[in-house]
Design a protein around this ligand. Structure first.
Ligand SMILES: CCCC/C=C\CC(=O)SCCNC(=O)CCNC(=O)[C@H](O)C(C)(C)COP(=O)(O)OP(=O)(O)OC[C@H]1O[C@@H](n2cnc3c(N)ncnc32)[C@H](O)[C@@H]1OP(=O)(O)O
Length: 292
């Protein structure tokens, strides 16, 4: 009887131990209730959130993806267990993000364009205003809006051999003032003027030279390097980090906040011009033809 009791106690202890181990294991990586186009994992040990953009084929920023990213970053801002974040793409070795969804700008009503641009503004204000350290792990091409999104982070680690830039003028459109200011903040006015006027797409190495990205590494080192720098950045005490980041970024954000309707009207008026629509249509067609 005694032997039976001992072995029963052992079984109970083992069950309790394995339940505790399981709880501990599942607690260390918490998966936020994510939409499947923005996957989010939070490491409960460090408080680091990894936000992975996962909308096939190229993470183009349509209304759904813009809303999902914005909602995710608002939640991460409010979650006191989150200390910092990494922004990356599921399509590693290929595309970080192809920028704004061009289809949303072609042959659309004023209402559609206005709603779309309101979402672009909210996405910018949310990521640019994210109060915690944010590192972009740019594991693929990052043209136009993809480059802007990377510029909203506090540090950029990029994979070698890809391209990045605000190349909107090549499509016959012009980056908004808040994208231009992101570029100026990173590389200075001279490089920004050259980059934007000429729609220049930089290779990873060229981007490193002008300070558009902070590090260029092999594909398998992109996320580990981003994690390493995030570890350093989260050592700065809060709220000092967020107060400092906010005052450095506030001016452009306030300019937009103070006239969102005017900015939407400007976007709609610009995009609806027949020559701009013609250029966007031609570019879309060229994109589709490229594969053939
Ligand atoms: C006043 C206006 C202000 C506007 C401010 C910002 C504007 C923007 O952000 S506009 C976005 C401009 N983006 C680009 O110019 C990038 C275009 N894409 C590419 O160069 C390539 O797709 C990329 C290098 C990112 C990836 O290349 P691949 O891996 O070879 O993929 P594919 O080119 O075959 O693309 C697959 C599929 O996706 C469609 N696609 C690509 N980008 C976009 C986009 N931005 N919006 C909508 N759709 C996009 C592409 O046409 C292919 O479609 P299918 O042919 O139907 O498969």
């Amino acid at each position: 009887i005694q032997a039976l009791q001992i072995s029963e106690n052992k079984i109970i202890k083992t069950k309790m131990l394995s339940r505790a181990c399981f709880r501990q294991f599942s607690a260390s990586i918490r998966r936020m209730s994510s939409t499947n186009i923005v996957e989010t994992n939070i490491d409960s040990g460090t408080g680091f959130a990894t936000v992975t953009l996962s909308q096939p084929p190229v993470n183009s920023l349509d209304k759904n993806l813009l809303t999902a990213i914005t909602d995710r970053f608002k939640k991460l801002s409010d979650d006191s267990s989150v200390t910092g974040a990494i922004l990356t793409s599921k399509f590693d070795g290929k595309v970080f993000s192809a920028g704004l969804n061009i289809v949303d700008m072609f042959q659309k009503s004023d209402d559609h364009l206005g709603e779309f641009w309101g979402m672009v503004q909210e996405w910018y204000l949310t990521i640019q205003g994210f109060p915690k350290p944010l590192v972009s792990a740019i594991n693929g091409h990052a043209p136009t809006g993809g480059c802007a999104m990377a510029l909203m982070s506090d540090y950029r680690v990029m994979v070698e051999g890809k391209t990045i830039g605000l190349n909107e003028t090549l499509l016959g459109i012009v980056a908004p003032f808040f994208f231009a200011d992101l570029m100026i903040a990173a590389v200075g006015r001279r490089h920004a003027e050259f980059a934007l006027n000429n729609g220049y797409l930089y290779t990873s190495d060229e981007a490193l030279k002008i300070g558009l990205v902070d590090e260029v590494v092999n594909l398998d080192q992109v996320v580990p390097t981003a994690l390493k720098i995030l570890t350093k950045m989260t050592k700065t005490p809060q709220p000092a980090y967020q107060v400092c980041k906010n005052f450095l970024r506030k001016e452009t954000m306030d300019t937009l906040r103070n006239d969102r309707a005017g900015d939407i009207a400007h976007f709609v008026g610009f995009v609806q011009q027949p020559n701009v629509q013609k250029a966007i249509g031609g570019y879309l067609q060229a994109l589709k033809q490229r594969k053939k």
